[in-house]
Write a protein that binds this ligand. Sequence first.
Ligand code: ATP
Ligand code: MG
Length: 272
Amino acid sequence: MSRVAQARARQASKAGRRPGRDGAPELGGSEAGPGDQALEAEKATTGPLLEARDLKKTFATGGQELAILKGLSLKVASGQSLAILGASGSGKSTLLYLLGGLDRPSGGQVLSRGLDVFRLSEPELARWRAREVGFVFQYHHLLSEFAALENVAMPALVAGLSQAQAEGLAKPLLERVGLAQRLSHRPGKLSGGEQQRVALARALVLSPKVLLADEPTGNLDAQSAALVNALISELVAEKKMSAVVVTHNADLARQMETRLELVNGRLRPWPG
Ligand SMILES: Nc1ncnc2c1ncn2[C@@H]1O[C@H](COP(=O)(O)OP(=O)(O)OP(=O)(O)O)[C@@H](O)[C@H]1O
Ligand SMILES: [Mg+2]
């Protein structure tokens, strides 16, 4: 089995379960069969691009219930960019995972143009994610044994495109993020800022409708962070995507149209 086939199989085997918070993220895509081709998501066309309605998330640990999101509501319009700020532990990552269908809420709904995404079957949910959502994580979660080009191409391969098609999408994106000379570098041979640029290119390879980024520059020095931040806001505008960016970086937050703060399980306008 080729390395790409192995990675594909690994991704496919994860399609039916929730990812661990520290594990590699789902990259989208699925081995969905023809049974779900009349995917409900394709019929849903009314309502905001993405909406959280009365969203609740409670974690039960050591016999204690910890309410993190307490009936949070949010609408993300097509093309809108939004920054979410908030103290450490306030639930920003939790919210982003729910918005991207990577974890399930304890209550409430996430709607994608009116479609309740958590009512989809796992293969349908994986297909919805692949089509609608691009994720960038604080720790890039690149596959260490694959070159930059292969990492960026991976979601397209998992979604069923041929290697030539997938790399045809990946290469211009890597060029766009300034890594034309790093296509065959593995993540370990890239700087932190370069790794995040690869992760950004990977998030965009299937032309998602919304970019969800969780402190994408949290681990970078100021100069690399500024470069990645600028790229994020340029690409969001260029590709007319929506974006929800969790950040502690006030500069990046100011580059987004709307700024919200997560406090006590709900969102309110950011006072900063
Ligand atoms: N799987 C889990 N089980 C139990 N508690 C969890 C789990 N995931 C998150 N939490 C708790 O939920 C709270 C919110 O976590 P989350 O990661 O969403 O915070 P955050 O706002 O992203 O913080 P940071 O800015 O530090 O990244 C934390 O107190 C965390 O300990
Ligand atoms: Mg977080």
